[in-house]
Structures are given as C-alpha cells and as structure tokens.
Design a protein around this ligand. Structure first.
Ligand SMILES: Cc1ncc(COP(=O)(O)O)c(C=O)c1O
Length: 497
C-alpha cells in the first residue's frame, strides 16, 4: 500500500511508527522511534516495553525486524533485559539523554491565554508542604504501629473477597455502603461508644475528611457561622472554610469546648465541630456539664453538632468515654468515626451516623460526589470485625500504646522537667507538650526534621493570634526502646535552636 503508516495500538506501541514506503529499513525505523520516545520522555527509565512478539503483531512486521531494533537498543544501553521478566527502558540512561530537550513542535503542555479558576476553588486553603509531615516513626502524628498489624489475617480476608466473582464486593451499589459492614459498625458503636444507631443511618465514607465535606454540603450555606475548637484540627477547618462558612474560634480548656464563650461569640451559629472524647490537639475530654450545655444550645438555636470521634478506642486510665451522640435526645448530632487510627489511614475508610430525617439529603449529596467508596475493603473489614479480629487488635494496641505512652511521659519529664507542660496523655496515640512562649516551635520542628525527628508544631493548630507553642507528639509508631533516644535527640535540637 502506498504511503501506509502503521501505528501501534495505544495499549502497546503508541509511539512507534513504520512507513513501508520509506527507503529506511524497517528495523531502523523501529529503533529510531523508540530511541526518540526515550529521548523526549514518553518512555521513562524502568518502564517495561512490549515483548518483541507483541510488538511485531502490533506493527505487522516480522519478529526479526523487531529483534534487530531491540538488540541495537540493548547494545547501546537504552534497554535492559531481565531474564524471565522482560525488556525495560534502562534505569541508567546515557548521560546526554538527560539534557535532550523536547522538540519545539513536541506535545509538551504550556499554560497560555486566560485561565480562569472558580472563586470557590480559591477558598480551599493550600496545605503547606512541611518537613515534619514526611517521616515515619518518632514522633510522627497519626501513625499507628504498622508492624503490629495482623497482616496474615488481613491478606486472607482480602484474597477471599477478591477471588469470588459472585461476592458482594463486586456488584453491590448501595450509596450508604455495604449492609454487612454497617451492621458490624452499629454493633460496635452501640456497645463500645454508646452511640444510638441503626444500619439505615450509617453512611460509609472515605475517611472523616469526606464525612465533613458531605456534612458541610448538607448542613451549611455560605456565610453560616460554625464554631471551631481553638486550637483545633486544621483539616476540618479547611473543609468549613472551603464551604464558605464563617469560622468562629471557640477556646478549649481542660473541660473541652467552652460553650459559654461560643454562645457569647455567636449564639446563632448553624453548627459546632467538636472532638469531645479527646480534644485535638490538646487532649482534654469534654466534661459532662459542657456536653449537656452544648446539646441544650444546639436544641435551643436549631444548630447541628458534628462530633469527630477519631481515636476514642484508646483511653488508658479509665474506661472509654461515651459518645456525645449517645446523650442526645433530639437527633442534633452527626457522629463521625474513622478506621485511620485503629487500622491505617491509607485505607481511607470511615463512617457517619446521620440523624434519621437527614439520611435522604445526605444520600442525595453523596450521589453527586463519589456515590460510595470501593466495596472490597468494606467487606474485608466487615469480616475482620465479625470474626473478632478488630476487637482483639484494639485490645492489643491499647496495651502497646499504653506502654509506649508511659515511657514517653517518663522520658519527657526526665529530660525537660517543669519546662514543658504535658497534655492529653490519657488517651489516643499522641500527646501534646506546651513550651514557654518565647520558643519558636516551627523553627525547632524544621531543624528536628533534618535529623529525622518529626515534631508537629502546636502553633499551626490555632487561627487566632493567641497562639501557644509546643509539639504534638505521636507515639503510635515508635517502639518503647527507641523513645529515650528520640527524646534525647529532641532535647539536643531544642537546645541548639
Ligand atoms: C481530629 C482528627 N479527626 C480525624 C482524623 C482522621 O481523619 P481521616 O479519617 O480523614 O483519615 C484525624 C487524624 O488522623 C484527626 O486528628
């Protein structure tokens, strides 16, 4: 055929073309196409290339032609072949390639012309890329003891739910999530957290973060006032800020959110966001008196309470504190829980218990977001809970964290004496130390990160100017034996800054 250009299918050879009318031999055309694809970064180091057989079928040329081209690329170091694994673009390409510029007529994307972005999008605060977020171990916040996770049981359940094509994980489509999973969660919440719930009120979400986003969509109009704990959880604050809410910082003390202060600042607020079991980040438990005050305020003014019960499973010196939702007789609380702390955060699974009359609205909003999170891990955790592994894991982790916490508290007292105030060590997987006001917690955290020590500055949890400095120290993912060394490192960094 005259002038016929053969282009590989997008699955295999999108970048290789051969022209049968050209005077250039076919193997040379294939060789040059591939080399060019590497040079302009379409094929990247380490990327697998199609087998010679697959490529010859795609281009409708003989296998010998392809083998000749591949051999040349192998000989020149563009390709590497691994026995039994196939052929790959070399991980260490000839040096000059890194300097090759894309051709001026190439398809690199340039940003030009008017590029309007919605005002709404600008309300989403950008999360700063800070040095102390990156690491694993002492004293990264929000990390459970990864090495203690029951991987053997977990992988058995994942395999079970992955291999049966008739399993629910494959074909269920309920926007509230897996029914079995919601039943297991209800059973757990009724007994362990005194939450009033039925499976019809439970919505599975991809983490508390999504629960907050859905709740904000259902409950808040732009300009509505929302009480936020001060200091508080920044990622929750971001959601309400993005929804156009007016954030009302309400101080917290040893009894949790100061409801009277909230009423004085904005009695007519539409909602309050609270972490009553273990205030984030200072760690207090909301007193019974404050709980009743908060519920009374909400009922009187027709406001909603968003209860974030993120790590209530771990309380060390007394029985877990019952939920605020369990005390509420007027269905004013949206209760949020997560598997990020008890299992691991990259699962992105949590749940919400919704007042029955609001369920339909929550579902309507949900349909416009992601309909529901993948079923596979919902079914896996349902079995993990029903077979008793979940309760056993929590019991084991409670003991482990209790021990880690004890060592950390002792070491901090020894290293810093009265200079640091310790807070919130009774529960959870982190505690907070507050520093004298002249300490710059952000500068210290930056320096500590250079030494592989992750200190989360407390000052970032405030919105007002009345900032306390200090650190939120996670001890979930640091072995007890490693704690003294880490505290010593922290002492050295603080004295050096
Ligand atoms: C106050 C608070 N709520 C919720 C979470 C969990 O969020 P998610 O379920 O989105 O991982 C965290 C941190 O992990 C937290 O500190």
């Amino acid at each position: 055929m005259v002038g016929e250009i053969v282009r590989g299918s997008s699955a295999l050879t999108p970048v290789v073309t051969v022209d049968r009318n050209s005077s250039q031999p076919l193997h040379l055309q294939v060789y040059r196409s591939l080399r060019n694809a590497i040079a302009i970064g379409v094929l990247r180091p380490g990327q697998r290339v199609p087998s010679s057989r697959a490529m010859s079928t795609e281009l409708n040329v003989s296998r010998i032609t392809i083998l000749e081209a591949y051999e040349q690329l192998l000989a020149e170091g563009y390709f590497k072949s691994r026995k039994g694994a196939g052929t790959f673009v070399s991980g260490s390409l000839p040096e000059y390639l890194s300097q090759v510029r894309r051709p001026s007529n190439g398809r690199s994307q340039g940003a030009s012309g008017p590029r309007p972005v919605a005002k709404r999008a600008l309300q989403f605060p950008t999360e700063p890329a800070t040095a102390w977020r990156g690491g694993l171990g002492a004293f990264a916040v929000h990390q459970p003891a990864f090495e203690e996770f029951p991987y053997a049981i977990w992988s058995r359940l994942v395999t079970h739910h992955s291999k049966d094509p008739s399993a629910r994980a494959i074909h269920c489509i309920d926007p509230l999530g897996s029914r079995r999973f919601r039943e297991a969660i209800c059973e757990y919440l009724r007994t362990a957290r005194a939450v009033q719930c039925e499976p019809e009120q439970v919505m599975i979400v991809s983490g508390s973060q999504q629960a907050l986003q859905i709740a904000a969509n259902v409950l808040l109009d732009p300009g509505d006032a929302v009480w936020m704990e001060e200091p508080g959880y920044r990622l929750a604050r971001n959601v309400f800020a993005a929804a156009g809410s007016r954030l009302i910082p309400v101080p917290v003390d040893d009894e949790g959110l100061n409801v009277e202060a909230g009423i004085a600042r904005s009695a007519q607020a539409r909602a309050a966001y609270v972490t009553p079991s273990h205030q984030y980040p200072l760690g207090s438990a909301m007193s019974a008196g404050r709980r009743l005050q908060l519920l009374n305020w909400a009922q009187r003014y027709g406001a909603w309470i968003i209860e974030d019960d993120y790590d209530s499973e771990y309380r060390f010196e007394s029985a877990p504190i019952s939920s605020l939702q369990g005390l509420d007789n007027n269905a004013r609380v949206i209760y949020i829980g997560t598997f990020s702390k008890v299992l691991f955060a990259s699962l992105r699974l949590g749940y919400m218990v919704i007042p029955p009359d609001l369920v339909e609205r929550f579902i309507a909003v949900r349909y416009a977001i992601d309909i529901f999170p993948p079923y596979l891990f919902q079914e896996v955790i349902a079995d993990f809970m029903r077979q008793g592994h979940f309760a056993r894991h929590i019991r084991r982790m409670r003991q482990l964290y209790s021990q880690r916490r004890k060592v950390l508290v002792e070491q901090l007292r020894e290293a810093f004496g009265g200079a640091f105030q310790l807070r919130g060590a009774e529960a959870g997987m982190h505690l907070t130390v507050t520093l004298p006001p002249d300490f710059d917690d952000v500068a210290i955290a930056g320096k500590a990160a250079e030494h592989g020590l992750w200190l989360w500055p407390l000052s970032g949890s405030y919105v007002t100017k009345e900032v306390r400095t200090g650190f939120i120290l996670g001890y979930g993912n640091v072995a007890a034996q490693a704690i003294p060394g880490a505290v010593e490192k922290m002492r050295a960094v603080i004295s050096s800054v």
